[in-house]
Write a protein that binds this ligand. Sequence first.
Ligand SMILES: [Zn+2]
Length: 325
Amino acid sequence: MFVLKKSYPVFLLCFSIFFLLNETSQAQSPRKIRTIIVDAGHGGADYGGQSEYEGSLNSKEKNITLAISLKLVEELKKQMPDVNIVPTRTTDIYQNPREKARIANENHGDLFVCIHADAVVLKTTSRIIGHHKETYYTTKYTGKGKKRKKIRTAHTHIVPTRQYYKLPTSRKGTSTLILASHKTSAKIEALEASDMQFETDANDSTLDINYDSPEWKASALLYTQKYFNRSYQLAFDVQNEIDSIGRNNLGVWQRQKGIWVLQATQMPAILIETGFIDNYEDERYLDSDKGQQEIADCITRALIKYKSQVETKAALNADATATKQ
Ligand SMILES: [Zn+2]
């Protein structure tokens, strides 16, 4: 905690110097993408979503995210040999979001790419699979005083036997989430669909975040100012590639909070909801080698494009600065 009072001007000065240094160093050295962190969402005891409609493959989100992430890491290593590719996990282990963020920050990632899959609240319905007897009783009283008697009568009915089951969702496709900037762009919609099982790590009891703490607010502000535009650019590139292979493009969405790991990583960060495990076609696509590879290829192409955009822009800025001097 900062104690202000007499040290107030010193504190302000330090802050100004910090920002000046920061600006100068960014202007002088062209921004290079040196390290990309690939996070396979969930893992171990944390399954993420699980498909449970009738006829599903009972897919667990944690396995799909791992399979796609492994293919993505392999592809990135092949196609971006000058970039250090760091996966948060390569096996079925549990990691809380704090651990994932620590790996990203300690490896000095320039980008954080989280792989997830969507799930929704499914409708339950039933079908008649036979009939069975059901008995209920009625009670009547006859007589008065000491002669009063209770008469119980059984009634038997034939009733349908119902089997309850869940219907798959008709929603399918890929979307990308980024953390919201307070300056909301009209181009990006806020995520508010009511039946979505939102990607969130607020339920993780190991986190225990104080959203009102000055540290958390400062990190949120830093994220917003420095990384929002870059995260949006990368998310947009990913969705464009998804669109180009004819897969349902559900667009770029922003979340105000709830994805702790996106905010806690001090770098541009995106979370890709690769598809719906509760949709018949999407589940089979996500479960297949072909589908997993196609998605990994789309993300790879987007990352290559993004890297060249950022580095070209940074090089041009550096040239402009050099010319002025
Ligand atoms: Zn997830």
